[in-house]
Design a protein around this ligand. Structure first.
Ligand code: ATP
Ligand code: MG
Length: 317
């Protein structure tokens, strides 16, 4: 039986500033609307790999919402968990890059349709079919969403399933107090923890900057797999008795948003499907590289055939 992987949270449209350093304080040109939202990108990547993918979210009854649902359905995501709220507007985000690694956002999320997602929107029959639940830290921006996450963890864990957590910290959201409390709760139920190297410091209990020590402290609280994402420098996998490291592929950066989401979706899906850790890690690394090669946050999701063709091309050159 194929695993079913569920996630929940923001489903947005994104507008991308055309120029580096364009910012948001003067009129300028933007590309978009693009389908976006970290959990949505994750769900799209899971579906493209051929696994059962379920996204719980809310959109408004508007063209942005229709575009998002149509796009996810086209790629094979089960969209029955997406509610269309007649009185709300689909969420949006504006992004402007300062450099390839630094970007600023303006989010319209808490007041949008996806900000209204609550535990009541999670159909228990649908959730009951899931063997795995993935959490994006960026989705924990309201008490309603945190409540929904608690419910999903409860149902999936009670059925013997597993949980993955990508903190996906956005500096624009760090002042939300519910968020940091929820991080602590979620870590206690996490099987797969997928931070980026910069985020690991946040979880280092401010005691050490030594990666192996931070990782060791995570194992003591029950986490079984830690995968650290390092942007152009690749990624590392740690369990209590194994570690693997892969260097980044040398690729041109077009739009890095979404790389971590594609990486996480590919690693978790392939691991749960029985791939060895090194095989899942190298494919996740390739999936992240492919994500940054397309403009638009969800435009760089790829099939397993595309990932393996990319790996073969890289090996030849
Ligand atoms: P985001 O939250 O923006 O989606 P992230 O910070 O969670 O990203 P990154 O480390 O930026 O995650 O990217 C995830 C993976 O994608 C990396 O581990 C790597 O495999 C690949 N990747 C990202 N950026 C690059 C790059 N510039 N060159 C090559 N590979 C990259
Ligand atoms: Mg991320």
């Amino acid at each position: 039986m194929k695993v079913t992987i569920a996630t929940l949270g923001e489903l947005l449209v994104e507008f991308l500033a055309k120029k580096e350093n364009q910012g948001f304080s003067a009129p300028g040109e933007f590309w978009g609307p693009y389908p976006s939202g970290a959990p949505a990108i994750f769900a799209d990547q899971v579906a493209k790999l051929g696994f059962n993918s379920l996204l719980f979210s809310c959109v408004g009854s508007d063209a942005f919402g229709e575009m998002n649902i149509a796009r996810l359905a086209r790629d094979g995501v089960n969209v029955r968990g997406i509610s269309v709220l007649p009185k709300a507007t689909t969420g949006s985000a504006f992004v402007s890059y300062r450099t390839q690694a630094q970007r600023d956002f303006i989010f319209n999320m808490p007041n949008s349709a996806c900000g209204l997602l609550s535990a009541d929107h999670l159909d228990e029959t649908l959730l009951g079919q899931c063997q795995h639940f993935h959490i994006m830290g960026s989705s924990l921006f309201s008490f309603r969403l945190i409540d929904a996450v608690r419910k999903a963890i409860g149902v999936v864990k009670a059925n013997g399933g597993t949980v993955s957590f990508d903190p996906n910290i956005r500096k624009e959201m760090l002042n939300i107090p519910e968020m940091s409390q929820a991080f602590e709760y979620i870590l206690d139920y996490t099987d797969f923890f997928l931070p980026s190297d910069g985020e690991l410091d946040y979880f280092g209990l401010s005691q050490t900057r030594d990666e192996s020590k931070i990782v060791a402290s995570l194992f003591t609280r029950g986490i079984k797999h830690v995968v650290v994402k390092r942007g152009p420098r690749g990624a590392s996998y740690y369990s209590e008795d194994e570690q693997y490291h892969v260097p980044g592929y040398p690729v041109d950066v077009v739009d890095p948003t979404g790389a971590g989401d594609c990486f996480g979706a590919t690693f978790v899906s392939l691991f749960l499907a029985g791939y060895s850790v090194p095989d899942a890690l190298v494919r996740a690394n390739a999936s992240g590289s492919l994500a940054i090669s397309s403009r638009g946050p969800m435009e760089g999701t790829s099939t397993l055939a595309e990932i393996e063709a990319f790996m073969a091309r890289q090996e030849r050159s």
